[in-house]
Design a protein around this ligand. Structure first.
Ligand SMILES: [Zn+2]
Length: 416
């Protein structure tokens, strides 16, 4: 046991760089058009079903249910008790502000960066930042190009609804010309920064590949062809918008979070290497790219992207370890993945702790516990092997669990 490393990983105030706190409530408030973006709702889920087959996680969820909700351990996995538990759970969930803040405290999480939308109840909380998605800007002509992936169509319809709201806000008509449309895109991206949002989210891997080719035609040409039903031009126009976003990121420093975890049989679409085009081009090389969920399970490709810098420098690709990496995993397994990353010192300042809290605020707590333990185990192994000293390991732990996110997202919090 390395006592100082253990003390720091157990007690440091965490910054969680990717979550969707209160998303069930937010989606309910926004209405039926947005519903497809959330695959399930936050309802009582027995520990055994929250644990993805890992006893470690089952014990953590049990701890949350017993200590916070006051449930009796014997009831938790008893089908006959589910109805009663669901009612009590729902009552707590509705007091979202309290539940959220209680689990932040239980996990010792100082700040969380939430994704997509926030519910009214959490909009003014000082310990939450927001990263909205920019995907709606990519699909101005609806879903006609969409082929066979089941989530694609509902997602694009949701994006269409959000885009129509954006157009209303910016006084843009339903069917604008290219210049008007792009002026709006530009303002939206600038305003997200002015409003204090911490980045741009791209969730489009549910719809299409993350391979965005550098446009060979002008945006205007692509826009007009896409508008008249040319599916290839439409895809190229989406590429064009993402290149704009990456150029913007390179200029204004806003990180771009992209979902890069496996979704379905279309294995190639989420491969982090798809994004390497942005590292080959001067206009986008400086873009701050955050690989959400570390490319799960293509971790080596996430590592490769984060290492692919110009000689003797570091690039701006970051690895977030939220999602199934964190909430559906055992710390010993996460530690192995981390160890693979940490054997490259250039990555020490690029790994970002995240929970991807989605279906219940207790995940803020269960993931914090899991993440702390995983970071300890990974670094203890490196001390054992004589690769780093304990003081160096302590600093890496602080960076992963807190400092790297503060620096990347420019949060007004103390670096420890
Ligand atoms: Zn997420």
């Amino acid at each position: 046991m390395y006592f100082e490393l253990r003390r720091i990983t157990d007690t440091i105030s965490i910054v969680d760089d990717h979550a969707h706190v209160g998303i069930t409530q937010a989606v309910n408030e926004l209405g039926a058009y947005i519903k497809p973006l959330l695959p399930a709702s936050d309802v009582y889920l027995p520990p055994i079903q929250s644990s993805f087959g890992f006893p470690y996680l089952e014990a953590l969820h049990e701890e949350a249910y017993v200590n916070y909700y006051g449930f009796i351990p014997e009831d938790l996995n008893q089908a006959s008790q589910y109805k009663k538990l669901a009612v009590a759970y729902e009552a707590k969930r509705c007091d979202l502000k309290q539940t959220f803040n209680d689990f932040m405290k239980m996990g010792n999480v100082e700040h969380v960066i939430s994704n997509l939308f926030l519910p009214e109840a959490l909009k003014d909380e000082a310990n939450i930042s927001l990263i909205p998605m920019i995907d709606p800007l990519m699909y101005p002509f609806g879903d006609y190009f969409v082929t066979d992936r089941p989530m694609a169509k509902p997602y694009v319809l949701s994006f269409g609804y959000i885009l129509s709201e954006i157009k209303k806000t910016y006084g843009v008509c339903d069917d604008p010309d290219f210049d008007t449309y792009m002026a709006m895109v530009d303002r939206v991206l600038d305003d997200y920064k002015l409003k204090g949002y911490k980045g741009y989210k791209i969730i489009s891997a549910y719809v299409r590949s993350l391979y965005f080719e550098k446009p060979s035609e002008t945006g205007n040409k692509l826009y007009e062809a896409a508008r008249s039903g040319d599916a290839n031009a439409y895809r190229a126009f989406q590429d064009f918008i993402v290149w704009k976003v990456m150029e913007k990121s390179a200029q204004n420093g806003m990180p771009v979070q992209l979902h890069t975890a496996l979704i379905d049989g279309h294995i190639d679409v989420t491969n982090p290497i798809n994004l390497s085009n942005f590292l080959k081009d001067e206009t986008t090389y400086q873009a701050k790219i955050v690989l959400l969920h570390a490319g799960y399970p293509m971790f080596d490709n996430a590592k490769l992207m984060a290492m692919a810098s110009k000689p003797l420098t570091v690039n701006n690709v970051y690895i977030d370890i939220s999602g199934r990496v964190m909430f559906a995993n055992d710390p010993t397994i996460i530690a192995k993945m981390l160890r693979n990353f940490l054997e490259v010192p250039a990555l020490w300042k690029k790994i970002l702790y995240g929970s991807d809290t989605l279906l219940g605020e207790r995940f803020l707590f269960t993931c914090a516990k899991t993440g702390r333990r995983a970071v300890y185990l990974a670094l203890a192994g490196m001390i054992d092997d004589g690769i780093v000293t304990e003081p160096v390991a302590v600093q890496i732990a602080k960076d992963i669990l807190r400092n790297n996110a503060i620096r990347l997202y420019e949060l007004p919090l103390e670096i420890l």
